[in-house]
Design a binder for this molecule. Structure first.
Ligand code: ATP
Length: 458
């Protein structure tokens, strides 16, 4: 299928107009790159998180969830390496004072042909000077040298801000899974291999946030760590790559808009690493990551905490530190990809253009909209609405022509519209209009509930 004509501007405008996503702190002039999910957006995002949890926890044979604290002992970040090296190479434009990431400048300038991950800071500076890479804001080529900048947000514990009280907002959720490895293993009596999953907020003081909700300073991650024995790790790495890919196809992504990208430069502890990239409106970019992290994380926490994190095999009594396969996807980044993928503009037979979001019905904010054909049908319509609401999120609209109401529901991707008309008063049936085909079928409310249940299961 060809890529649709979606642009970031169209998405941002639609999201704002239809209560999907609003700019953060808007009445105060906003706060750069923070976004608030509105009534429709929060439902979609919750559905995405539920679908992910269902697939990777509920349907998994041996995976368990946690919800760890955002604020963790500062030693956690020393052990993980974030205090020392969670940084990006930043450069400031001396002319317009805007701040940029050197690696992003090189990637954009070379149109993705040069991989800055393989370069040192000196090499990046040399490339930028030799190739006259100029500031994307003002067009001048007058850069400060590269400086590194830790991305963790700091705060302090207690009533004084002495350095020993310094703590951080977590920059990733993964460490909450690692530090609870033995707690989960003991309480579930799980045998390796098993997984620990978490969905939660993470914070990064990104130098160049942007592209709507693609890169923000506060975001949600859905992470799954699979603990396995050395020697089985590569097989599980391949398995998680396949599962992560399948999850996206099942959400309705066209495989042509997705691709694997193997990392050329691996982190010193990683054995294998790749991303799945999606063709976002601004181009191909990382949607999620899959990493074979070896035994690095548990070994480091064992070293820094002084507590043994070894697993003892109940059959062989062998003691070892498991390897970890990490699968990590941003809920907001997935939301952006889902919005981009779903967006369509269709020319109807009468020449009108309708904007329609083709979400998987399980992901749509509302499974159905109840639309009384006329205002004096409100009473039977509301009775049907109340029945449906026991089962799903459903919305109600009695304002304007039926055509306009269908258009509004198409724009937020409501998969089915139930119209209440005068036949409803005679035989109790309603018409069920399909968002994609626009075909209508008559059924009773009970049949509609069974139909929606089947269609809206992920
Ligand atoms: P990037 O290269 O885009 O900065 P990353 O490699 O640092 O991402 P990870 O640390 O592997 O990303 O985080 C896992 C996932 O979390 C990413 O694949 C992405 O979906 C999401 N994510 C990371 N940073 C952000 C951010 N600033 N805003 C929104 N989502 C993010």
């Amino acid at each position: 299928m060809a890529k649709k004509a979606v642009t970031m501007d169209k998405l941002v405008a639609l999201c704002k107009a239809r209560g999907i996503i609003f700019p953060g702190s808007e009445i105060y002039g906003g706060m750069g790159n923070t976004w608030d999910y509105g009534p429709v957006g929060v439902e979609i995002k919750n559905n995405l998180k539920r679908a992910w949890w269902k697939r990777f926890v509920q349907e998994s044979e041996n995976s368990y969830g946690v919800d760890a604290a955002i604020l963790m002992n500062a030693r956690v970040w020393e052990a993980s390496g974030h205090t020392a090296s969670f940084s990006d190479p930043k450069m400031d434009c001396r002319n317009c004072k805007s701040r940029h990431r050197a690696d992003n400048l090189i990637e954009a300038h070379s149109k993705g042909k040069v991989n800055p991950d393989l370069m040192s800071n000196e090499e990046m500076e040399a490339y930028i000077n030799e190739h006259h890479v100029c500031c994307p804001v003002c067009g001048k080529c007058d850069w400060t040298p590269i400086r590194t900048f830790n991305l963790m947000f700091e705060t302090s514990r207690g009533v004084t801000d002495e350095s020993q009280n310094k703590i951080y907002l977590r920059p990733e959720t993964a460490q909450g899974e690692f530090v609870n490895f033995l707690n989960v293993q003991r309480t579930t009596r799980a045998k390796v291999p098993f997984g620990i999953a978490q969905v939660g907020k993470a914070f990064r003081n990104e130098i160049t946030p942007g592209n709507f909700i693609f890169r923000t300073i506060e975001f949600e991650q859905m992470e799954h760590q699979w603990f396995c024995k050395e020697g089985t790790d590569s097989e599980y790495y391949a398995q998680f790559k396949a599962q992560a890919w399948q999850f996206l196809l099942d959400l309705g992504f066209d495989a042509e808009h997705l691709r694997f990208h193997d990392h050329d430069k691996l982190a010193h502890y990683a054995k294998e690493a790749c991303d799945i990239q999606y063709e976002f409106p601004m181009g191909w970019n990382e949607l999620n990551g899959i990493h074979n992290r070896t035994d690095y994380d548990l070994s480091r926490h064992q070293e820094y905490s002084g507590k043994s994190l070894a697993y003892v095999d109940p059959v062989t009594q062998e003691r070892y530190i498991p390897y970890v396969i990490e699968y990590s996807i941003g809920a907001d980044r997935l939301m952006l990809a889902v919005l981009s993928e779903a967006y369509d503009e269709e020319t109807l037979e009468n020449g009108e253009v309708r904007t329609v979001m083709h979400f998987h019905p399980a992901i749509a904010a509302y499974k159905a909209a109840v639309l009384p054909l006329q205002k004096n049908l409100a009473e039977p319509a509301k009775a049907i609405l109340a029945k449906l609401k026991k089962h799903f999120s459903v919305t109600y609209d009695d304002a304007g022509s039926i055509g306009k109401r269908y258009r509004r529901q198409d724009e937020i991707g409501t998969p089915y519209c139930l119209t209440i008309d005068f036949t409803t008063l005679e035989d109790g049936t309603v018409t069920v209009r399909d968002r994609d085909s626009m075909e209508q079928t008559r059924m009773t409310p009970e049949q509609a509930i069974a139909f929606l249940t089947e269609k809206c299961t992920f």
